[in-house]
Design a protein around this ligand. Structure first.
Ligand SMILES: Cc1cc2nc3c(=O)[nH]c(=O)nc-3n(C[C@H](O)[C@H](O)[C@H](O)COP(=O)(O)OP(=O)(O)OC[C@H]3O[C@@H](n4cnc5c(N)ncnc54)[C@H](O)[C@@H]3O)c2cc1C
Length: 470
């Protein structure tokens, strides 16, 4: 009777899970284990919103395993100590896991693999959370890609997304006494700020499948056009589910294709633009793997010479709390605080406002997002912030400063989004929400602050500062 342990981290699912499938194929008994060890993430331990998600995702996985006759064994501490103890207790001879790609996690998992093998256990890592391993594609001269479009072309041409594997067989599960209750991990906030998040999301595999279904039914048709409109449900909102590995890129892709095959009236035209967005996630992981310093260092070293404004805690606080006096920015920051998520178009605009208009270092923004996003993801967040700030790979040119008023007029012309997240202004005419300078007193009468900065003067100042890098 052989037993394997499967270490689960950011792969909180039972379906389409190569590590679990391999454990079940090669062993008579399998014990799924979650070890709480936030220190493994070094500087980037999960923020408050991520911890909320993790709590509920672990609960969902534990319930699913329970229904299948197994359990999720939960422990806390050094992975090696816990795995050594567990393998001794249940006679496990192998430990399997899905790969992670953050620099600290890679280093940790390499050490773990060596140590387990030195103790005579089979230790094996598996892909599964990405479409393509970050080292799989290189340019013709063998270097990592730095520009998205050629990366995307090669990915699309050379790396197929095979159909997902099904659910692993239930009769394999084993149990062991002595695991912790999920509540004992203390992942939930002590102060009750999570109501909006709880009302918005359903962590876990079933929640991910439901989100995919909602996307297919209500937003896939028209995705290419509507994905930039923050007031509409125009995107999939799968990002936290993908981050926690509750659903895989191939499940998403084949799920979409199957829905179109079932219903010939559904248009195909939006599939490819959606796949391209999934490829940005791949590109972000490719970059993080090959340039592991970029979560804290400029990708483009020319930016090391750039003079950011002195750190301005009051300005940063107003940005964080959605009190800048610029409606689209405040709507975005309030959406983030309330739901743990922000629309991609608005992420770009608020990031540009902080790093270009306020000229605060992009890391201030990256850290705030890290704490407040339910989809906080080191690869995507680093790429997003560096792209907007202009310091990144394939970045927005420095002279591209998003004008939040023009962006609102273009992508939220009926001010649905602004009105939703700034309710104190919702009854004002749309024209005033888009062009508040027409009647500042009307906004002030509702307690809404005056703009903290002149958007066009600060844009000019930013451009002058950036030109010093030429
Ligand atoms: C400053 C900034 C910070 C960001 N931080 C994060 C982050 O921490 N975590 C995160 O998952 N995304 C981040 N993004 C990328 C993007 O905003 C989100 O992935 C997207 O808004 C998620 O919504 P969705 O699932 O509805 O996307 P959809 O449009 O439905 O796209 C499907 C999936 O593709 C991936 N994707 C889409 N756009 C991007 C992109 N630009 N970059 C990388 N992957 C993408 C996501 O996994 C997403 O779930 C950031 C973007 C910016 C500009």
């Amino acid at each position: 009777m052989s037993t394997a342990l499967v270490l689960l981290r950011r792969d909180l699912r039972l379906d389409d899970h190569p590590a679990l499938a391999a454990a079940c194929a090669g062993h008579d008994r399998v014990l799924p284990v979650y070890i709480h060890a936030p220190g493994e993430d070094a500087l980037w331990q999960p923020g408050a919103a991520s911890r909320w998600w993790l709590h509920h995702s672990l609960k969902a996985l534990g319930n699913r395993l329970g229904e299948a006759g197994g359990e999720l064994f939960i422990a806390r501490g050094e992975a090696l100590d816990v795995l050594r103890d567990l393998s001794g207790r249940c006679g496990a001879t192998a430990v399997f896991w899905s790969r992670r790609y953050e620099p600290a996690a890679i280093a940790h998992d390499r050490r773990l693999e060596h140590a387990l093998r030195a103790e005579g256990l089979a230790a094996e890592s598996f892909p599964g959370n990405l479409w393509c391993e970050p080292w799989q594609l290189t340019t013709t001269d063998g270097k990592p890609y730095r520009v998205f479009t050629p990366y995307w072309r090669k990915l699309r041409a050379e790396v197929p997304l095979p159909p997902p594997q099904g659910t692993v067989r239930a009769r394999k599960w084993t149990r062991l006494p002595g695991g912790l209750e999920i509540d004992a991990l203390g992942l939930l906030p002590k102060i009750d700020w999570d109501r909006g998040i709880a009302a918005t999301w359903r962590p876990g595999e079933a929640g991910a499948a439901e989100m995919l279904e909602i996307f297919v039914d209500s937003a896939l048709a028209g995705y290419q056009q509507m994905r930039d409109w923050p007031g509409r449900h125009g995107t999939s909102r799968l990002s936290p589910h993908l981050h926690f590995g509750e659903i895989t890129p191939r499940q998403v892709w084949h799920g979409l294709r199957a829905s179109i095959a079932r219903d010939a009236t559904r248009p195909h035209a939006d599939l490819e633009p959606f796949l391209r967005q999934l490829a940005w996630r791949e590109f972000a992981h490719h970059l993080l793997y090959h340039f592991p310093d970029t979560p804290t260092e400029n990708f483009n070293p020319r930016f090391d010479q750039f003079h950011w404004s002195d750190e301005d805690p009051e300005a940063i606080r107003r940005w964080q709390h959605g009190r800048t006096g610029v409606p689209l920015i405040d709507a975005g920051m309030r959406e983030l605080w309330h739901t743990g998520w922000m629309h991609n178009r608005v992420r770009m605009v608020v990031a540009s406002f902080l790093s270009k208009n306020l000229r605060q270092h992009w890391l201030h923004g990256a850290r705030w997002f890290w704490d407040t996003l339910v989809d906080a993801d080191l690869a995507n967040n680093t790429m997003g912030w560096q792209w907007v700030a202009g310091s990144g790979a394939d970045a927005a040119p420095y002279f591209r400063v998003f004008n939040p008023y023009t962006q609102a007029k273009r992508f939220d012309p009926d001010a649905t989004y602004i009105g939703r997240w700034i309710p104190e202004l919702a009854d004002l005419p749309v024209r005033l929400l888009l062009e508040p300078w027409r009647d500042p007193a009307a906004l002030a009468a509702r307690g809404y602050p005056a703009p903290m900065i002149d958007v066009s003067a600060s844009r000019d100042a930013a451009l002058t500062a950036w030109k010093t890098l030429d």
